[in-house]
Design a protein around this ligand. Structure first.
Ligand SMILES: C[S@@+](CC[C@H](N)C(=O)[O-])C[C@H]1O[C@@H](n2cnc3c(N)ncnc32)[C@H](O)[C@@H]1O
Length: 282
C-alpha cells in the first residue's frame, strides 16, 4: 500500500496518459511483477541480452533511445550507458526507476515523457464523446514527431507496441457499446508505430508479443493465438517464452504464457538492406 503511494508520488505522467488509463496500467504491471518476479526473470534477462547483442551492430554509438522504458525491467541501462554517449529512456510515464537512473548517471541517461503514439492529447480531449468508429483514426493519423532527445543510432521499442492503442481503447466510454474498439485502436497504433520506426535511421529493435498461449497445470497447450500478424509483422527473428501470469495470477485453470519476439532492422549489420520494416504499411 505504502509502496504504491510512494511510487505514484515519484512518477510523472501527463493528464492525457492518466485519463486514458496508462498510469494505472504502469502501476498494474509493477504490481504484477512484484507478485511473479521469479516467473518473469528469464524473459527479462532474454530481453536485456537481445538488446545488448543488437546494440553491438551499431556502427555509431552516440545515442540509444528506449521507447516504453517503463521501470526498465527489460532494459540494461548501465550496459547501454557504457556503450553509447547518451541513453534516452522514453515513456508516457516517467517512472521513479527512470528518475533514479537519471540521478545515478547524470549526462549519460536522460528520461523523457513522450507519447510514442502521438495521439493521446487529441484523443483525451474528446474522450467522453468520441465514437467507436472514429477513435482508431486518431492513432492511424497521429504524428509522434521526431524521436525524443534527437536522432538515435539505436532504437529499442521495448514491449510496448501492443499497449499503444489497446490501453487507451479500453478507457474510452465508447468501449461500453463496442467491445472490439480496443483491438481496432491497438492495430491502428501499432501500424503507425511501425511506420514511424521505418522512417528512423540507425539500428532498430522491436520487442513484442508474437503469440499468446494458455497452458494447463500440467504444461499441456490448451490454446495458442498468433498476435504479431495482426500488426502486419513478419515472423520474428527470434522468440522465447514469457511466463506472464502463472496460475492463479490470471486464472485458476491455466498459465498465461506469451511468446515474445525480437525483430531487428536493418536485417544485415552492414545496413545494405532496409529489411522487413520497408514492406510494412505506412
Ligand atoms: C509492458 S510495459 C514495458 C515494460 C518496460 N519496458 C519495462 O521494462 O518496465 C509497456 C510500456 O509502454 C508504455 N507506453 C504505453 N503507451 C505509451 C505511449 N503512447 N507512449 C510511450 N509509452 C507508452 C507504458 O507506460 C509501459 O511502461
Amino acid at each position: 500500500m505504502l509502496s504504491g503511494f510512494l511510487r505514484r508520488l515519484f512518477t510523472r505522467c501527463p493528464p492525457a496518459g492518466r485519463q486514458l488509463g496508462l498510469l494505472r496500467e504502469h502501476e498494474a504491471i509493477a504490481e504484477r511483477h512484484t507478485r511473479v518476479r521469479a516467473a518473469w526473470a528469464p524473459h527479462l534477462a532474454e530481453c536485456r541480452k537481445v538488446v545488448l547483442e543488437t546494440a553491438a551492430r551499431c556502427p555509431q554509438r552516440r545515442r540509444a533511445l528506449v521507447i516504453g522504458a517503463g521501470d526498465c525491467l527489460d532494459v540494461p541501462v548501465a550496459e547501454l550507458a557504457e556503450r553509447f554517449d547518451e541513453v534516452v529512456l522514453a515513456d508516457i510515464v516517467l517512472s521513479a526507476e527512470v528518475r533514479r537512473w537519471v540521478r545515478k548517471m547524470p549526462g549519460r541517461v536522460r528520461g523523457e515523457v513522450w507519447d510514442a503514439s502521438g495521439a493521446l492529447a487529441a484523443l483525451a480531449a474528446v474522450r467522453e464523446t468520441v465514437t467507436a468508429t472514429v477513435a482508431p483514426d486518431f492513432f492511424a493519423r497521429a504524428d509522434p514527431g521526431p524521436p525524443p532527445g534527437g536522432l538515435a543510432d539505436f532504437i529499442v521499442s521495448a514491449n510496448c507496441i501492443s499497449q499503444l492503442g489497446l490501453v487507451p481503447g479500453h478507457s474510452l466510454p465508447a468501449y461500453e457499446q463496442d467491445t472490439g474498439l480496443p483491438e481496432r485502436c491497438a492495430r491502428a497504433a501499432a501500424k503507425r508505430h511501425l511506420a514511424w520506426l521505418a522512417q528512423q535511421p540507425g539500428v532498430r529493435l522491436l520487442l513484442a508479443d508474437a503469440a499468446r498461449l494458455d497452458l494447463g497445470p500440467d504444461g499441456r497447450q490448451l490454446k495458442k493465438e498468433t498476435l504479431h500478424e495482426r500488426f502486419g509483422l513478419p515472423k520474428p527473428d527470434r522468440t522465447w517464452r514469457w511466463d506472464l501470469a502463472p496460475i492463479p495470477e490470471w486464472s485458476p485453470d491455466f498459465h498465461r504464457v506469451h511468446e515474445v519476439g525480437a525483430w531487428v532492422w536493418p536485417e544485415h549489420p552492414d545496413g545494405t538492406r532496409a529489411g522487413a520494416l520497408s514492406g510494412l504499411p505506412g
